[in-house]
Structures are given as C-alpha cells and as structure tokens.
Design a protein around this ligand. Structure first.
Ligand code: CP
Length: 326
C-alpha cells in the first residue's frame, strides 16, 4: 500500500474517457496520466532547453485565484498561460469582495459569469479546490495551486519533470529522500504520491517525529530520524521549509537546533551519491533546512525546478482544456 492508493479521491478530476479534466491531486491518477503530463511538458521544451510558445489556448481565459501568497506558482501559471496564447486575469483577492463577506462559491460564480475557462486556485483550506470543482459549470477546469496542507499537484509534477530530466533514470532505479516538515507540507504528500505512482520504491522521509503527520506509517515510505543514515547513497534530495504559518504550537526547540539535526550541509551532502541533485520547492530558509552554499552550489537544481514549472503548468492547462471537450 502506498500514499496514492491510501487516499483515492473521487474521480471528479477525470472525464468519462479517463482524461484529465481538473487537476486537484496526484492521488487517484494513474502512472499513464502522470507520464502524459511529463511528456506533454517535455514537448514544450526545445532541444536547447528553451521553453516554446503555442497557440493551443488561443481564445481561452485563465483566472488566477490566489487566496494565499505565492511567488513561483502564480507567476509561472501566468507565464504558462501566456505561452499558450490564453488571456490571463490575476484576481486581486486582497481588493476583492471576499473582505466584505462574499463566500468562495459566490466569488467563483461571479468570475465564472465573466467567461473563465480555467481557474487556478490556491487556498489555505485543504479541500478548497475539490469543493470548487464539484460546483463549477461544465467545461470549466479547476487546477489546484496548493490547498492547505493537502496537495500541490503541479509542484509535484514539476519536481518529477526535474528528476526525470536531471537524473535521466527511470524512477524505479532512484533513491529519493524528502527532508523536513512532512506534517504540514502539501508538497511532501504530493511528491510521495507522484514518486510511488511513477514506480519509485526507495522513497525516504527524514524528519523528527514532531514533524510527521498522524498515520504516517501508512504512507509506505522509509522513515529516518537520523539524517546521515537517511541521505546515504541517495540520487535525489528534496529539502522542505518548516511551514510556520501552519504550526499552532512550537514543533521545534529552535531553527538552529533544526539546522544542526536536519539542515543540508556540505558535509552531509557528501554522504549521498556524487551525482545527487538537490531540490527545494521554495521559498527557502537559508541556514535552516539548507546551507546557502548548497542552495547555490553545483548540485542544486532549484532554479531549474522553477523553469520546469512553466512547462508543467503549460501541460496541465492544455490537457485540462482537452479533457473538457471529450
Ligand atoms: N513552491 C511554491 O509553491 O512556491 P510559491 O508559494 O512561491 O508559489
């Protein structure tokens, strides 16, 4: 049993032909669907590694609806939609009527009346994207850009694309460690589900018990409390920020203490394979979960993740529109 099988959601994200219609979570999607997203994303990158443009979404309107802050996800969705020739509207939630008590549903229905084809939604509540997808008009796609601590599926897919492009290996042949705040991380959940669906059998989680979620044993990954043991001979290391905005009571003695026990340093990185790549979804807290010299070092692919995010988001936007017409 692994994470993707444990929490299989309703198939609301697929159309009757099994094609992607909404993109809400990794769980419940097949290896074939995830591979299709990766292959489509790859098709938007030319042989020189440059992103291409395409008229695939000409005449379509993408609305970015971010109820939580974002640097990478919002901007790369905007860049992706523009590369596909879509119209893009970034809704300014801080100036919207949500501050006057308008519900999420009413906000959505009003924006839908302005001829949206795709909503890209980030919300602090887990399940917000599912809630909207159940209520939206036919032919309108919902893409989850991160909901609470639940899921961040496009981050997971850009991580998978980065792993595939940088290691050039099959997922089944890789040892991958995810380090840090698993409990509050939507990226960790989505990454674990995607890795397992794509066939990775050595997914390691390195964290103190205080940063592991309830029911963690059922995730089907290997747990290490000791970082040196956990990163030994790894091909890929994914470091995570401590999600302080989702922590009610202190889970750690101090950030310095965390860095000593679980921070990725040059000494520790030597324990992984020499070819090991270092990833981080951002935003980073330098000197806490990752040393600055590693973040900017030769093994870091952190900025490549950001660029790959545009290709993956182009793929998800394009596929979700294709899934509406079937
Ligand atoms: N990785 C990620 O979701 O970053 P942002 O919060 O900046 O979008």
């Amino acid at each position: 049993m692994h994470l993707a099988q444990l929490h299989t959601p309703s198939q609301i994200q697929l159309n009757p032909k099994g094609q992607l219609k909404h993109f809400l979570t990794i769980e419940g999607l097949s290896k074939q669907t995830l591979t299709q997203i990766l292959d489509t994303a790859q098709s938007f990158i030319d042989e020189n590694g440059q992103l291409i443009t395409s008229p695939l979404l000409e005449g379509k309107t993408v609305m970015n609806l971010f109820f939580e802050n974002s640097t990478r996800t919002r901007t790369t969705f905007e860049a992706a939609a523009k590369r596909l020739s879509a119209n893009v509207l970034n809704i300014d939630i801080a100036r919207s009527s949500t501050s006057k008590g308008e519900t999420l549903r009413d906000t959505l229905w009003n924006l839908q009346a302005m001829a949206a084809d795709i909503f890209v939604v980030r919300h602090s509540s887990s399940g917000a994207a599912h809630f909207i997808a159940k209520d939206v008009c036919p032919n309108v796609a919902i893409i989850n850009a991160g909901d609470g601590r639940h899921a961040h599926p496009t981050q997971a897919m850009l991580d998978m694309l980065t792993i595939r492009r940088e290691t050039k290996k099959d997922f089944k042949d890789l040892s991958i460690a995810i380090i840090g705040d698993i409990k509050h991380s939507r990226v960790a959940r989505s990454d674990i589900a995607a890795l397992q669906t794509l066939g990775c059998t050595d997914v390691r989680v390195i964290a103190p018990n205080t940063l592991l979620p309830f029911g963690f044993e059922e995730f089907g990954v290997r747990l290490f409390n000791n970082m040196d043991e956990g990163i030994k001979d790894c091909d890929v290391i994914i470091t995570l920020r401590i999600q302080n905005e989702r922590i009610d009571s202190p889970a750690l003695a101090s950030q310095l203490e965390f860095h000593k026990m679980y921070g990725l340093t040059e000494e520790r990185l030597k324990l992984a394979k020499p070819s090991c790549i270092v990833m981080h979804p951002g935003p980073m807290n330098r000197g806490v979960e990752i040393a600055s010299s590693i973040a900017d070092g030769a093994q870091s692919v952190i900025l490549k993740q950001v660029t790959n995010g545009i290709a993956v988001r182009m793929a998800v936007l394009a596929l979700s529109m294709q899934g509406q017409t079937a």
